[in-house]
Write a protein that binds this ligand. Structure first.
Ligand SMILES: [Zn+2]
Length: 170
């Protein structure tokens, strides 16, 4: 059996699975600890703790909802714009040759968190490992998550570093 250096898997094995929603939790805790790159008025951007690839990001509404068709237009516009800008920032920071961008809605579709919708952005390089079977692959994780977080932060300076309170209705 191959010995695999996979620190994020070690954390997964070594820690109890946290209760509650990871996206809502990211807004409540220490940003770096929660791997939260930042927020806009209605959207959050964070690193995936169990990445398919180094730099695997998630972009989600700040509001706890699974209802994509039911998102109000302003919330969806903010989400879509943040997704677009996050893609550009990831390109600037890591220079990938391609991306997988996708959303899994529902457990049967592969969503790990079913009740808080989120986009995945996975940077890709030619010759990297295929999308799904990479979790335990030694090539996938050349940097630890915090190092990745620190490397990405400058490119995401356009985000609020901490989760600011939602703007009060005018
Ligand atoms: Zn949530």
């Amino acid at each position: 059996m191959q010995v695999v250096w996979a620190p994020w898997r070690m954390e997964y094995v070594g820690q109890k699975v946290e209760r509650g929603c990871i996206f809502c939790g990211a807004l409540a805790g220490d940003p770096r600890e929660r791997l939260l790159l930042g927020t806009t008025e209605k959207t959050l951007v964070m690193l995936n703790r169990y990445p398919y690839q180094n730099g695997h990001l998630m972009v989600a509404p700040r509001r706890h909802t699974a209802d994509l068709p039911g998102l109000p237009p302003d919330e969806h516009a903010d989400l879509a714009d943040t997704l677009r800008r996050a893609l550009a920032s990831l390109a600037e920071a890591f220079g990938p040759e391609g991306f997988n961008v996708g959303m899994n809605l529902g457990a049967c579709a592969g969503a790990g968190v079913v009740d808080h919708l989120h986009w995945h952005i996975v940077p890709r390089w030619s010759g990297d490992t295929n999308f799904m079977p990479v979790v335990a692959d030694v090539r996938v994780m050349p940097q630890h998550l915090v190092a990745t977080y620190e490397r990405l932060r400058p490119a995401f300076a356009w985000l609020e570093p901490h989760a600011r309170a939602p703007r009060a209705p005018a």
